[in-house]
Design a protein around this ligand. Structure first.
Ligand code: TXA
Ligand code: MG
Length: 347
């Protein structure tokens, strides 16, 4: 008998609030067998593998085309499981985990020898978080191993906020995709290094520096900090997060952010025959060429974050060549959004 035709990736729809336990068990079995499973978290979709299995972790790097010097985030089922991955659990970790886990905060701590060098790119530290999404939580509990999971996209491109984005980006490099619908947060977790004094923000995310500082005191905000007078404070020293490559989180189209005159820019590019996408806060008052793809974005940062990547993915899919973005406000609620827009705009 011929082998049954295996269609990869296998895509299974699963309820995000009451996940079917037989589907979760199947995904957990694959993880334990060293395979790759993409699953939703409260931030973006992750591409998961058993964090304790070096060969499985190497498959993540191959599937993403990720440089081997860029370490992965390890996801744990709960605080106890997370503490098993680290040598020390400082007071600051306890305070932050107690307040923000499960949730979109990743803590960098000194790893134990059980976490393979493949996960941390040879670093003695490991980035850890307990995700708040029900599907991720159930998968971690069923697999009963920590799961290494970067965002489920080709390296340096946009993170996926829907299962379709994972299919389009990684296709048959994944064994199973759990389709739990759109991810609520829409931007990647905040990454905070607790192995340095003061703790250092490596990537702004859905948890803001202010929320962190209200619990553990001042942190180093790296080159992301908006200064008091609105200009960016740039620190010469490079960030210690190898993943913070300049161009990252980028759509295929060229992206520009403008604090003023975005309507004029859109009109000028359209006159030149360019296919333009436009992210603006207000519906245009003047007539705009019908070829322009317009996204009227929310004025609320949380709502904006949850839509941003899906809007950019849709513009790429529509064959837009340039994306013009009206610059969001310069305050802390918008820090992660402005960071991702800045990285997406790098050529
Ligand atoms: O929201 C998220 O964090 C998503 C979901 C799937 O959890 N994951 C995610 O992973 O965004 P990834 O691999 O795309 O980004 C991980 C970031 C990178 O910037 C990486 O360099 C940094 O975390 N990182 C990982 N381990 C590190 C370590 N030991 N030291 C410093 N930075 C680390
Ligand atoms: Mg990523």
């Amino acid at each position: 008998m011929p082998d049954p035709v295996v269609v990869r990736p296998e895509l299974i729809a699963i309820d995000p609030t009451h996940p079917d336990s037989s589907v979760i068990q199947r995904a957990a079995d694959l993880i334990r067998a060293g395979r790759l499973v993409a699953f939703p978290t409260e931030t973006v979709y992750g591409l998961g593998a058993n964090a304790l299995d070096p060969a499985a972790v190497r498959r993540i790097f191959a599937a993403k085309g990720r440089p081997p010097n860029n370490p992965l985030i390890v996801h744990a089922a709960d605080i106890d499981a997370a503490t098993e991955c680290v040598q020390r659990w400082p007071d600051a970790a306890a305070a932050l985990a107690g307040r923000f886990w499960p949730g979109p905060l990743t803590l960098v701590l000194l790893k134990t020898h059980t976490i393979p060098d493949e996960v941390t790119a040879g670093s003695p530290t490991v980035a850890l978080r307990v995700p708040a999404h029900r599907i991720a939580g159930c998968l971690l509990a069923a697999a009963n191993v920590p799961i290494a999971a970067p965002s489920a996209n080709r390296s340096a491109l946009l993170s996926p906020t829907r299962a379709e984005h994972v299919v389009a980006s990684l296709g048959d490099a994944v064994d199973l995709i759990l389709d739990g619908g759109p991810t609520p947060g829409g931007l990647e977790s905040t990454v905070l290094d607790l192995t340095v004094t003061p703790p250092r923000l490596l990537r702004p995310g859905l948890v803001t520096p202010g929320e962190i500082e209200s619990l553990i005191g001042p942190i180093e905000r790296g080159s992301h900090a908006p200064a008091a007078h609105g200009t960016s404070r740039v620190i010469a020293e490079p960030l210690r997060s190898p993943g913070m490559l300049e161009r990252h989180y980028a759509p295929r189209a060229v992206l520009e952010t403008l604090s003023a005159g975005s309507a004029e820019r859109v009109a000028a590019l359209t006159r030149q025959g360019c296919r333009v996408g436009w992210l603006t806060f207000d519906a245009p008052t003047e007539e705009i060429a019908s070829s322009v793809r317009i996204a009227i974005m929310p004025r609320d940062a949380t709502a904006y974050a949850s839509q941003l990547y899906a809007v950019l993915h849709a513009m790429d899919d529509a064959g837009v060549e340039r994306i013009i973005v009206e610059q969001p406000p310069d305050d802390e609620a918008w820090l992660a959004i402005r960071d991702r827009l800045k990285r997406a705009a790098k050529n």
